[in-house]
Each structure stands twice: as structure tokens, then as C-alpha cells.
Design a protein around this ligand. Structure first.
Ligand SMILES: Cc1cc2nc3c(=O)[nH]c(=O)nc-3n(C[C@H](O)[C@H](O)[C@H](O)COP(=O)(O)O)c2cc1C
Length: 326
């Protein structure tokens, strides 16, 4: 367990930190991934000892950066970053004091989007206008509005742009979660949004999502590689999900490993999402359900072939109804 987890799980719980999110126009020279890795190396050198956590996003020619930590350390680092020639036009879109939401020093994300830098700029400016007019957002809501806003036409019918149900799907083996999102996209004629996340030490993971209208409700279904569950950025968004869907394997060890990852991610949450296990046979639920119960998590189950998205969704979809939308 590293210092961040200790702080998050025990003594530091409830600690109030300064939280800042800003957007800036990237002046990319060379590959963006290499550039982000070099920023990561600097950040791990300077931020970690100062107790500052950062999540850095690159999307459509823009960086978005979310920083949390002791106010003086955040300001000091921001001052240095502001003069970096790798970006310009810095715009602060969020400042608050509150609990630490990033449970580790570094996360980064690259979102593939068909947007131009101009589109992104329009979104940054629109959000800034709302913030300046007194609208209050949490750092995750700001991040979502900049990076992954709800684009479904159904969103125009609702007042709150961020009010939609979010469901995370992880498979114990293989990539069935991603196949489910692909299948939903084909069925709804919608585009999959593809992202890569990485933490402080290499190993990037994929996470794809699709927005859809299901029985009059707007729903975002997010496939996440199981080893992405530990990333601070993933964890910061977990409280926003109504359910974590587990596509269980025939292999009990693989299921147990997935449960360990899921439980360690959900355990620190005050109001964790419900678990929803899908397995080929009822027998496969026994261990995950017992583990969930031991840790006080709701566990609902259904039987379907997890390699078969249509059958899976048929079982899954009614179990998602009537749940929290936030
Ligand atoms: C978008 C962006 C975000 C950055 N974030 C950080 C950061 O959080 N911490 C940091 O030390 N450097 C960050 N940097 C890099 C700094 O501007 C600067 O290059 C670096 O801190 C210099 O330290 P070094 O010489 O030890 O690498 C960032 C740069 C950019 C373009």
C-alpha cells in the first residue's frame, strides 16, 4: 500500500485540499504520448513529494489538468506549469476546497475524438461562462463536461446536462465488456468513444463508452479493462456509477481476481454502486455474492452467456432500471 492509499483509506480521509482544474491549448511538437510521458516524469518528481495529485487529459489539441493538494503546493506547481511552452491560453475552469478525490499522484488520459481544437475551445469557454455565472460543479463533473459530455440527442430534452445514469462494465476474462459496448453501438447506430488511461507507472488501459436512450432513460455504458480499476482517475468517477457490472468467467480464479480489484476500488466509497454479476450458470455467483456481502455491497445476479452481447444485455437491462441518475 502506498502513501496515497494509506492517506485515502485512513488518516487522510476527510482531509480538505485545494482542487483546481484548468484547460490549455497544447503546442504539440512530436508525439503527444511521448510529451505526456515527459510531463508525467516531471510531475512524479515534483508533485508526489508535495502531496499534489494530478490527472492530465489530452483531447482535440487541448490539455485539461486537474490538481489537488495543499493549496501552497498546488499554486507553486501551477506557477511553474503556466510558463511551459508546451501549452498556452490557460483557463482555470474550477477552484474549490474539498476532500481529495484523486487517490494517487498521477493519472493521464487520451481521448480520441473527432473534434477540432476549435470545438473543444467552444466547450471550454461555454463551461467557463457557466462557472463564472455561479454554477457549481465538482471536479469530476467539470472533467466530464470537458472531456465526455453527453451528446445523445435525448440530452436536449433534459434540463441538466449531466443527469444520466452511468454503468461500468468489467469482464473477468477476455474483452467481453468491450464487445458489449461495440454491440450496443451497432444496435443504436451510435459511435463508441475510445479512451486510453494510464497511471504513474506505465501500463495504459483502454476504456470505451457509448451513450444510449433505453426506455426513455439516458444511459452511458462504460467498458473498462479490469486492470484500470486501480487508476486514480477511474476511482474518482466510481461514486457516479449506479452499477458495476461484472461479466464473470467460467474460471473461478479469474472471477476472484476481478472481485479483489472491484472490492478494493469500491471499499473506500461511502455510497458505492451496486454490483451486478452476469454468469453462464447460477453456481458461478456463489463466491462473488458471498464476497460482496462480506463487504456490505449489494449484489444482483443474472444468468447469460457473457460472450453473447445480445443475451447479456437482455438480462442486464431490466436490472439497471429505476436506479440512480446523477
Ligand atoms: C499541461 C502541462 C502540465 C504539466 N503538469 C506538471 C505537473 O503537474 N508537475 C510538474 O512538475 N510539471 C508539470 N509540467 C511540466 C512543467 O511545466 C515543467 O516542465 C517541469 O515541472 C520542469 O521540471 P523538471 O525540469 O524537473 O522536469 C506540465 C507541463 C504541461 C505542458
Amino acid at each position: 500500500m502506498d502513501r496515497w492509499e494509506e492517506e485515502d483509506g485512513a488518516a487522510g480521509a476527510g482531509t480538505v485540499v485545494a482542487r483546481v482544474v484548468y484547460a490549455s491549448r497544447a503546442e504539440a511538437r512530436g508525439g503527444i504520448y511521448a510529451q505526456m510521458e515527459s510531463i508525467r516524469a516531471s510531475a512524479l518528481r515534483h508533485n508526489e513529494p508535495a502531496g499534489v495529485a494530478t490527472a492530465l487529459l489530452y483531447q482535440a489539441g487541448w490539455f485539461v489538468q486537474w490538481k489537488e493538494g495543499p493549496a501552497d503546493a498546488v499554486l507553486r506547481i501551477m506557477d511553474r506549469v503556466a510558463t511551459d511552452p508546451r501549452h498556452r491560453d490557460l483557463r482555470t475552469v474550477h477552484r474549490s476546497r474539498g476532500p481529495r478525490l484523486l487517490c494517487g499522484p498521477w493519472s493521464m488520459a487520451i481521448v480520441q475524438s473527432g473534434e477540432t481544437p476549435f470545438d473543444m475551445e467552444r466547450r471550454v469557454l461555454a463551461l467557463k461562462r457557466e462557472v463564472d455565472a455561479g454554477e457549481v460543479f465538482t471536479p469530476p463533473a467539470i472533467w466530464r463536461r470537458l472531456s465526455t459530455p453527453l451528446r445523445h440527442p435525448g440530452s436536449l430534452l433534459q434540463q441538466e446536462a449531466d443527469a444520466f445514469q452511468r454503468v461500468l462494465v468489467c469482464s473477468a476474462q477476455g474483452s467481453d465488456a468491450f464487445a458489449l459496448v461495440e454491440w450496443l453501438a451497432r444496435r443504436h447506430g451510435a459511435d463508441v468513444v475510445r479512451r486510453r488511461f494510464a497511471g504513474g507507472h506505465g501500463q495504459d488501459v483502454g476504456t470505451d463508452y457509448i451513450d444510449l436512450l433505453q426506455d426513455g432513460r439516458l444511459l452511458r455504458v462504460i467498458a473498462m479493462a479490469r486492470h484500470g480499476l486501480h487508476l486514480p482517475l477511474t476511482r474518482a468517477f466510481l461514486p457516479d456509477y449506479s452499477h458495476v457490472v461484472l461479466l464473470l468467467a467460467e474460471d473461478a480464479d479469474a472471477n476472484a481476481q476481478l472481485m479483489v480489484r472491484v472490492l478494493s476500488a469500491l471499499r473506500p466509497l461511502e455510497d458505492p454502486p451496486a454490483l451486478l454479476g452476469i454468469a453462464r450458470t447460477a453456481q458461478r455467483h456463489a463466491e462473488p455474492a458471498a464476497l460482496a456481502q462480506r463487504f456490505g455491497l449489494d449484489y444482483a445476479s443474472a444468468e447469460a452467456d457473457v460472450t453473447h452481447p445480445a443475451g447479456c444485455w437482455q438480462e442486464l437491462q431490466p436490472l439497471l432500471a429505476g436506479e440512480r441518475v446523477q
